[in-house]
Design a protein around this ligand. Structure first.
Ligand code: GUN
Ligand code: FE
Length: 454
């Protein structure tokens, strides 16, 4: 028992199956020196009283206060770190105009390492304060600034998966913001992968390099092919955007006479550690290909409301065996919070189910069986994100990392509407998902290390 480096006593919520939230009332969570959960002990277990008697009062024993609850840390499965600098603005144009008018000019500024330092430090701290313990980041085309983002994650204790973006096609990318040529793009990606793998050796929670073609329209065939080969050579994660909007989806069809999914697969970019953002327009055979290759969808419901030209049928894709996690897609989604995105996932799915055009009769308006519950949205923000990345995070179970947020429902700046001393714990879970703000997130732990304390 003495090899536990931290022991937590409290009530926790974690996912079982997608629709199921498991409530662990007054449990003990025993964490080893590597930051992994070694034991979860229920009050009826033999060891329970022994552990409390032996450990209570010691520095390593943490008894949660009344009104506090443990949730797994969130996994943000799709976020553009540089775009934090324009979050909340620039939401008036469709995707391709938005990229050229606002986003490429902003991202080009990350050649300035001081600007990158300022934006990235603020973003990583903000995400942690919002309960996000793992994030899958797009950086920019700049190798140095992308590596700096990985270093900032390493230093602040967040599990960061970071991609140097590749955008080499001179037809689609402006001269002021593109890789100088395909060869350089691939060489710099390889150098970036090697450097981040080296950095990871000294980082307890892990940092990971990610092969990151921005999206098919940004990249030449040679770049896509080379990136697939680099991912295989170094066994890295892969991320991109896939079938996001009407414009993007039809651009790929015109260029390759197939959908994004099959085009990406042809370049070796769909595999177990691939995460594709959006995927709103997947057809049945694309969905099967995702399921077969283990490719995950990074679902970004708030971003989709602005840029996707439709609502993604997540419930159907999930029933067909595709792994799904939740992303903010900053700045197309204008919030650093996965709580906000969990709510939006539920809201958008309800609008898909009911439909939106009131001139149509009810039976013609919507798409049946589309709704998601908050339990499913919570799953996507936690366990689903971990599975998508093939990492042991997002669940409060033995052999998972101690990545958690300790939520205080009694924080005086935002007291949750809980009035009954014996309120049903499932109702408390739902109130947490709908009402928590960063002021309620009292502590955040990643890999057994405390990284936020209010
Ligand atoms: N497709 C290519 N780049 C981007 C981006 O930055 N945001 C979104 N939402 N879609 C993209
Ligand atoms: Fe995106």
């Amino acid at each position: 028992m003495d090899n536990y480096s931290q022991i937590f006593h409290g009530t926790a919520f974690t996912s079982g199956e997608e629709k199921e939230v498991i409530i662990l009332k007054d449990h003990l969570f025993c964490v080893d020196e590597k930051g992994m959960i070694q034991n979860v002990v229920a009050p009826e277990d033999d060891l329970y009283d022994t552990i409390i008697q032996e450990q209570e009062g010691k520095e390593r024993f943490h008894r949660l206060k009344k009104g506090q609850y443990i949730l797994p840390g969130f996994v943000d499965l799709h976020i553009h770190a540089p775009q934090w600098a324009q979050s909340g603005t620039a939401l008036d144009l469709p995707l391709n105009d938005w990229l050229h008018t606002y986003t490429f000019p902003l991202e080009s500024r990350f050649s300035d390492i001081n600007f990158a330092e300022e934006v990235y430090s603020d973003l990583v701290a903000t995400l942690l304060a919002n309960g996000t313990t793992t994030a899958l980041y797009f950086a920019t085309i700049h190798k140095e600034a992308s590596f700096l983002l990985a270093e900032i994650c390493a230093k602040k204790g967040q599990r960061g998966l970071v991609g140097k973006v590749v955008a080499d096609d001179p037809e689609q990318n402006p001269a002021y913001y593109r890789d100088p040529d395909t060869k350089t793009a691939l060489a710099e990606t390889e150098e970036f992968i090697v450097a981040v793998k080296e950095l990871a050796k000294a980082t307890k929670q892990g940092v990971y390099p990610v092969v990151t073609p921005r999206f098919i329209p940004s990249c030449s065939d040679e770049a896509l092919q080379g990136l697939g080969e680099l991912a295989a050579k170094y066994d890295t994660h892969i991320q991109s955007h896939c079938s996001e909007s009407d414009w993007e989806h039809s651009y790929v069809k015109e260029r390759f006479h197939k959908n994004d999914a099959f085009a990406l697969h042809g370049f070796g970019l769909l595999q177990e550690k691939s995460v594709m953002a959006h995927c709103n327009f997947l057809e049945d055979d694309d969905v099967d290909l995702f399921a077969k290759t283990g490719t995950a969808i990074g679902h970004c419901p708030l971003s989709n409301a602005y840029f996707a030209n439709g609502v993604i049928p997540i419930s159907r894709f999930s029933k067909n065996g595709v792994e799904i996690g939740l992303g903010t897609d900053i700045s197309a989604g204008a919030t650093p919070s996965l709580y906000d995105n969990a709510k939006q996932a539920v809201i958008s799915s309800r609008m898909l189910e009911d439909g939106v055009d009131t001139t149509l009769p009810p039976d013609k308006r919507g798409v049946a069986d589309s709704r998601l519950t908050m339990n499913e949205a919570f799953y996507y923000a936690t366990a689903g994100g971990g599975e998508s990345l093939s990492l042991p995070v997002g669940r409060l179970e033995k052999d998972y990392a101690w990545d958690v947020q300790i939520v205080d429902t009694k924080a005086k700046e935002n007291k949750l509407p809980i009035f009954d001393a014996n309120e049903d714990l499932y109702d408390i879970f739902q109130k947490i998902m709908y009402h928590v703000k960063p002021v309620n997130i009292a502590e955040v732990w990643v890999q057994g290390e405390k990284v936020v304390s209010r």
